[in-house]
Write a protein that binds this ligand. Structure first.
Ligand SMILES: [Fe+2]
Length: 430
């Protein structure tokens, strides 16, 4: 059992490193060290930060080994310097960074071979290794967002996602009742997903699929960006201040729209979920459509609740890990898949594409669940609890399967658009 777990960890570590290497080898040294947007770190910072977190947790803490490079800790501490300040720090160069992350990884494989995976909560079920795998995959998604912001010739390639299919209903009714939200058993679930607890949810309707580009274009054509009545007070202020007119990366082309995807400008694909909208835009669209955003509990119930058994599943399709037939994850494709592309991933109630494609904005602020306990450190999620952040669910085409579950919670500021975020709507059932 332990041997199987160690092999599983090793495979996951290798998968995440292959992705980090692909994302950083795809560009030249100049593009590695420069800042492509004030919102993002230089790619070389993300890579060294991945190595530094791995060193702190797995080499020094779990392994009890000597530091590899204690002198650089502060430059790669995400809480010490904001993203906009990072380019001015005495960061490791590309060659040094690659050497550093490789040295750390070598020690980690040695620790993985020797450390007992018991006796401490941090190592039970190889949790600390799982946390570091997820951390690297999360930064890989961040680096993918940096690639989308980068200006220049395209450097990333991937096959197109599967074709869409007609989705027969526009909405699904989720009946009233209690369901189990969160988890106490998923071994690599992070502190904010715990513990499992019952939540009563009133009956509601939820969109069968995420809102598409064509639907979003109708909102724009209906004057959605000029009609204050659809926006919250805060949302309208932001809409005016930031001069929002359309999702990020959209531009007018004749009477329609084009958008730029990883350096390629193309006509908008009508039945693809809209991406790169902020929370305020999602909220305004929903109001225009006579609906609202789902709460986090509603989203999770739609994704996990199995009315036949009354239990909550790990994923909409069941308990088995995602396969390429279930969901558009892991940067296998460089875009969300059209609506109806994943019939095998549908939830028991008939809701499509909850996992993968686009992160989905919810109406909920980010808070700890009843009985929340910090583990293993408050900076993972506790310091973000409060009304500043909105919760996003489900992962995007750029999220790895190791870094998303139906219980997984992401959070961001309601103005953010560089992330791969879209949404679906809900409404009360009367
Ligand atoms: Fe980080």
């Amino acid at each position: 059992m332990t041997e199987q777990l160690r092999e599983h960890v090793a495979r996951q570590l290798e998968r995440s490193r292959a992705r980090s290497t692909q994302l950083t080898d795809a560009v030249d040294e100049h593009d590695l060290v420069r800042q492509h947007s004030k919102l993002m770190s230089p790619l070389v910072w993300d890579l060294a930060h991945i190595g530094n977190q791995e060193e702190l947790w797995l080499v020094r803490d779990v392994g009890g080994r000597e530091p590899v490079r204690q002198d650089i800790d502060e430059y790669y501490d995400a809480f010490k310097f904001s993203r906009s300040k990072r380019p001015e720090l005495p960061l490791l160069g590309p060659k040094e960074t690659r050497q550093y992350v490789g040295d750390v990884r070598g020690k980690v494989f040695d620790v993985l071979e020797k450390v007992p995976l018991e006796g401490r909560r941090l190592v039970e079920n190889a949790f600390a290794f799982g946390m570091i795998v997820q951390h690297e995959q999360q930064h890989d998604e961040t680096m993918l967002a940096t690639h989308q912001l980068r200006v220049g010739d395209p450097v990333l390639q991937a096959p197109p996602p599967p074709a869409g299919n007609a989705v027969l209903t526009t909405e699904v009714l989720v009946p009233a009742g209690s369901f189990e939200m969160g988890t106490s058993t998923e071994p690599w679930a992070l502190d904010n997903e715990r513990p499992a607890h019952p939540v009563h949810v009133k009956a509601f309707h939820i969109d069968t699929a995420p809102v598409t580009n064509a639907e979003y274009a109708e909102f724009i054509a209906a004057g959605g960006y000029d009609r204050e009545e659809f926006w919250s007070a805060e949302g309208w202020m932001h809409r005016l201040h930031s001069k929002l007119r359309a999702p990020r990366f959209w531009q007018r082309e004749g009477s329609g729209w084009a958008r730029t995807v990883f350096g390629v400008t193309e006509a908008l694909v009508p039945n693809e979920p809209v991406v790169h909208v902020c929370f305020f835009e999602a909220e305004a669209y929903a109001k225009w459509a006579g609906k609202r955003l789902p709460t986090e509990a509603e989203w999770e119930k739609a994704a996990r609740h199995d009315p036949a058994t009354g239990r909550s599943r790990r994923y909409p399709w069941g308990d088995e890990d995602p396969t390429p037939q279930h969901a558009n994850l892991g940067q296998r494709h460089l875009r969300p898949a059209p609506v109806g592309a994943y019939p095998a991933g549908v939830s028991p109630l008939g809701v499509h594409q909850l996992i993968g494609d686009v992160w989905e904005w919810t109406a909920s602020d980010f808070h700890g669940y009843p009985g929340f306990e910090v583990f293993p450190y408050p900076e993972y999620s506790k310091v973000f609890f409060g009304s500043d952040y909105k919760v996003l669910r489900g992962g995007s085409f750029g999220t790895d399967e190791a870094a998303v579950r139906s219980t997984f919670r992401n959070w961001d500021y309601p103005i953010r658009r560089q992330i791969f975020a879209g949404f679906r709507c809900a409404r009360d059932a009367f």
